[in-house]
Design a binder for this molecule. Structure first.
Ligand SMILES: NC(=O)c1ccc[n+]([C@@H]2O[C@H](COP(=O)([O-])OP(=O)(O)OC[C@H]3O[C@@H](n4cnc5c(N)ncnc54)[C@H](OP(=O)(O)O)[C@@H]3O)[C@@H](O)[C@H]2O)c1
Length: 387
């Protein structure tokens, strides 16, 4: 098989950058660690698909890998990983057993890197799944089970479609879990319209799009003015997180909770999507209504949470932790592209060679939406019209 250009993260570069930054995550330059490398593609097996990558999105697990927070994943996986677990591609060739895809199809990757007996990921592709090669590359060979047909006629642009393969299934799973748990406690007959709160970021905004599509009240507490403004067109009420100092003190949390109380006639939020934990968790919990549900698939600000068990028991509040979708759930989430999911993307679509800068700007939290990287210079006609 030919070689392709692919980004890699090496443990020695992670260590060198950490040392240069004096161990301060804020000083780490992500672009100094992400390297454009050569990768030899594996042979196309009977169940494999060979594809050309058209566009990818910037994903936070790359940040986690470069910072070696959570775990030092490059070191754990033998010293080097090839990141990137959200991509849109064009099928170039398929193995002899592949029937779902053919050359010329436009496809999306999902990153469930090892489904358990119920389909839930035990591992994430291009992160902790053994031997998994990511898709921040010009070409890739993947198993056909990792692909979903791209809904190119859903009304979204190619770049908006590229924003969704990782974040939309995550939001979809969080939403169906949170709603299911809430409905165990309170039936639709008892309360049809819920108050749903989410915090900043791509997954958080998609979560609220699901809530709005089902007729619920939605509140987005984010620091980004552009993001809040974008969500207002879906009827989502924006709350500036910076007015509450990103919940630095208990007083900030109390003020935020009071604000939400005012906005909800004293009821608070029946469903809260967190994604960050740390101070955001405390704020989400303080804003929970009776019988509320607090869900998260992220731990960007902290892996540990503490809470008053007595208080949550008395309020009948459920705290739930999730982790990406099943392959079937990824297909279901994809069916909502364009109708429910209309993502906010960052103003610049980055060229492939600037993927490091893209990831660094994401680390600095300066982007106005989900960051997209154009990988292919030449696009097939089927998607050139939506680029
Ligand atoms: N387990 C899974 O399956 C799974 C799947 C997807 C994502 N995740 C994780 O979930 C997290 C969010 O993912 P995402 O894709 O939604 O991220 P994203 O689109 O990059 O958004 C992250 C958002 O967090 C907010 N933020 C950043 N720093 C903050 C701070 N110090 N305090 C408060 N808010 C801050 C920012 O919003 P504002 O500035 O507007 O407030 C930012 O836009 C990431 O850690 C990611 O790794 C997990």
């Amino acid at each position: 098989m030919p070689k392709t250009r692919a980004y890699s993260i090496r443990a020695e570069d992670v260590a060198a950058e950490s040392e240069r930054a004096g161990g301060d995550f804020d000083q780490v330059d992500i672009s100094r660690v992400l390297r454009l490398d050569d990768l030899e593609l594996r042979e196309v097996g009977r169940s494999d698909v060979h594809m050309k990558i058209l566009a990818v999105s910037g994903e936070h697990n790359v940040d986690h890998a470069v910072l070696a927070d959570t775990v030092n994943i490059a070191e754990t996986r033998g010293g080097k990983i090839y990141p990137g677990n959200s991509a849109v591609g064009e099928v170039l060739a398929v193995g002899s057993d592949v029937t779902r895809f053919a050359a010329g199809d436009i496809v999306l990757t999902h990153c469930n890197g090892g489904p358990d007996e119920y389909g839930y990921p035990t591992r994430i592709w291009a992160y902790d799944a053994d031997d998994s090669i990511g898709w921040y590359s010009e070409e890739a060979v993947v198993g056909d089970w990792q692909l979903v047909k791209a809904p190119v006629d859903c009304g979204l642009s190619l770049w908006e479609i590229a924003a969704l393969p990782l974040r939309a299934p995550t939001a979809y799973h969080l939403w169906r879990r949170a709603l299911g748990i809430f409905r165990v406690k309170v039936s639709r007959e008892q309360l049809a319209t819920l108050n749903v709160l989410s915090f900043g970021g791509g997954v958080g905004e998609l979560f609220l799009m699901l809530a709005r599509a089902e007729g619920h009240n939605a509140f987005f507490c984010a620091g980004s003015d552009a993001r809040r403004a974008a969500l207002e067109r879906f009827g989502v009420v924006g709350i500036d997180q910076k007015e509450y100092n990103r919940f630095a003190t208990r007083d900030d949390v109390r003020k935020f909770s009071r604000k939400l109380r005012d906005l909800t006639n004293g009821v608070q939020a029946h469903i809260v999507c967190d994604m960050l934990r740390g101070p955001v968790f405390a704020a989400g919990l303080a804003a929970a209504a009776r019988c509320g549900v607090n869900v998260s698939a992220g731990w960007q600000l902290s892996q540990e949470v503490t809470y008053n068990s007595t208080l949550q028991s008395v309020k009948q509040v459920t705290i739930d932790h999730t982790h990406y979708e099943t392959p079937v759930g990824c297909e279901a989430a994809t069916a909502l592209y364009g109708s429910v999911f209309k993502p906010t993307i960052h103003s610049e679509v980055y060229p492939f060679e600037d993927l490091g800068r893209c990831m660094h700007e994401m680390h600095k939290n300066t982007q106005t939406g989900i960051p997209i990287v154009r990988v292919a210079k030449d696009l097939p006609a089927s998607v050139a019209k939506i680029a």
